[in-house]
Design a protein around this ligand. Structure first.
Ligand code: DP6
Length: 369
């Protein structure tokens, strides 16, 4: 396992003038939620460590909701990285600050970026204004391209290092992005029962995933496609001095222990309890912070109640989870997908903005294109 120090690459011999890379990185949906960052942690240089989660989390990697990002890099002698950011081929100045912050955060570990000018062209496979967080897939795709560049400077690098550093860099861009690198179920944050787990990067779920979860379905109901009311960065900050924070962080550890067993033994009844409780707890934390806020919409609640009624009546193991927003992720096994999709189309689509929803399923992670 690598430590922060191992991720410092001081490569200074640039054996080419230009290179191009392209990666696709998926979004992910957390089952045990990351909400809150550790304060007062220092890294090996004695500097404040960034993006260290207050509790461990685990997510399903998605398959269709992706960001595709192309890097055209050109060697320069400026001594500082420069970049142009395009979204679907056109300049997108609104994204410059996030990308600049990402480069500044990774500079310590990838000083070679200062020998290059980057033309970054990015696009999403999901509608831009869908309210689906693109920061996880977006930052993961950035990190993959950076690692391709590093690999072309240091071809000897192992695959293990490649993916672990990619996750480490993605985390510096956006915490949940470190879970969009590799694997269909990814754990991020130190947990006692998962020896490979780390606060610094995501790791693949170490046990064999029960077949009940193979090709698990996630239909995302787009209830509200508006801009996020509260950015996650501000949201995470509200866990500092939150009256329930410590209990919540403990609970995430317990829930991850329980979910680990469930992912191994396929107990869907237990899966549903943990996943729905995590979603509601995330929103409960937002409702009880100062300032407090409510990100669910009336239609979010309508959908939740309909899912509960349908599950009670049919005994079909369908459940929901939520992100930091109003959209609902409907999760269910592949073998009931026909019936559940019918239910979604007949009873839930009416609660979606313009009837929009996205059918996704568990996927494998980032891919070189
Ligand atoms: C509610 O990863 O978007 O989706 O690290 O500040 O970029 P930053 O936050 P971000 O937070 C995601 C929070 C969440 C839960 C989760 O994905 O675990």
């Amino acid at each position: 396992m690598f430590s922060e120090k191992d991720f410092i690459s001081n490569l200074s011999v640039i054996p080419f003038e230009t290179k191009s890379f392209q990666w696709s990185s998926p979004s992910n949906i957390a089952l045990v939620k990351y909400w809150g960052k550790k304060e007062n942690i220092v890294n090996f240089l004695g500097e404040p460590a960034k993006q260290i989660p207050a509790n461990p989390s685990v997510s399903f990697t998605l398959n269709h909701c992706k960001t595709i990002t192309k890097f055209d890099v050109k060697k320069t002698t400026d001594g500082n990285f420069t970049f142009e950011l395009l979204f679907e081929g056109k300049p997108k100045p609104e994204f410059n600050q996030k990308v600049n912050q990402f480069f500044l955060r990774i500079e310590e570990y990838c000083s070679y970026i200062n020998y290059f000018h980057f033309v970054i062209d990015t696009q999403n496979t999901f509608p831009h204004s869908s309210g689906i967080a693109s920061s996880a897939s977006g930052m993961a795709a950035m990190a993959m391209n950076i690692m391709s560049l590093e690999k072309s400077l240091n071809p000897e690098m192992t695959n293990e290092f490649f993916y672990q550093k990619a996750s480490f860099l993605a985390r510096l861009g956006s915490g949940s992005a470190c879970r969009s690198i590799k694997g269909n179920v990814v754990v991020w944050g130190k947990h006692d029962e998962i020896s490979t787990s780390s606060d610094l990067f995501g790791v693949e779920f170490p046990s064999q995933l029960h077949e009940n979860f193979h090709n698990y379905q996630d239909t995302i109901l787009l209830v509200d496609k508006g801009e996020k009311q509260v950015s996650s960065t501000i949201g995470h900050d509200l866990m500092h001095n939150h009256p329930f924070a410590e209990k919540r962080f403990e609970q995430a550890h317990t829930n991850l222990s329980a979910l680990k067993k469930v992912l191994e033994n396929g107990n869907l009844e237990e899966f549903i309890k943990i996943v729905e409780s995590e979603a509601l707890t995330l929103h409960a934390m937002m409702m009880t912070s100062l300032p407090y806020f409510i990100l669910m919409k009336p239609n979010t609640l309508e959908i939740i109640n309909k899912i509960w009624k349908f599950r009670n009546e049919t005994k079909i193991p369908v459940c929901f989870t939520l992100d930091a927003g109003a959209n609902v992720h409907v999760l269910y096994p592949e073998n009931v997908s026909e019936t559940v999709l019918q239910f979604i189309q007949q009873e839930l689509v009416g609660y979606c903005q313009n009837g929009n929803y996205i059918c996704d399923a568990i996927g494998n992670g980032s891919q070189l294109m």
